[in-house]
Design a protein around this ligand. Sequence first.
Ligand SMILES: [Zn+2]
Length: 167
Amino acid sequence: MADTATKNSSCTFCKIYESRTGVILETKFFFAQFDRFPASPGHSEVIPKRHIESVLSLEDEEWSDLYGAIRSAISVIEKTDFRALYSGFADSPLSRRSEEFCRLMLKHVGLGKRPDGYNYGINDGRAAGRTIDHLHLHIIPRYFGDVQDPTGGVRHMLPGMGNYKKE
Ligand SMILES: [Zn+2]
C-alpha cells in the first residue's frame, strides 16, 4: 500500500528523498527535483516516494496525486531563475558531464524565458531507456527555437520516426 513506503538504500532517488537534497516540492506521494543533466532549462522529474519501477505499480490514490504533483512542479519551474539555478549546479556539479549539461543551459535559447510548451515522459522499462529503476516522470520544458522543427515531439525518441508530416 502506498503509505507503507518501500525504500531501496542503493537507489539514487530513494537517497535523494531521504536526504531531501534538491527536493523542490513534495505532495502526499511524490516529490520533484531539477535534473542535474538537463535537456532544457527547467527539466525536472516527479518521483514517487515509494520505490517502485513502473507506472503499472501506482495505486489509484497515487495516480490522482500525480496530477497535482505535475502542476506544482510546473509552477516551481515557471518561477525559477534558471541562470542562478544552473550557475549553482555548474559550480558544484555531480560530475564533469553534469557540469557540461548545466553550462549548456546557461547559453540556451530558453534562458530567462518562461517555457512555451512541455514534453512529459516516462521511460517505463530498460527497453524504453530507463537508467534508474525507480519510477520518474520527466517534465521537459520546451522553447520556440530550441530545435529547428519540433513536429512530432516525443516521437523523436525513435530516430527517424518523429516527424511523420515530413515527406
Ligand atoms: Zn528508489
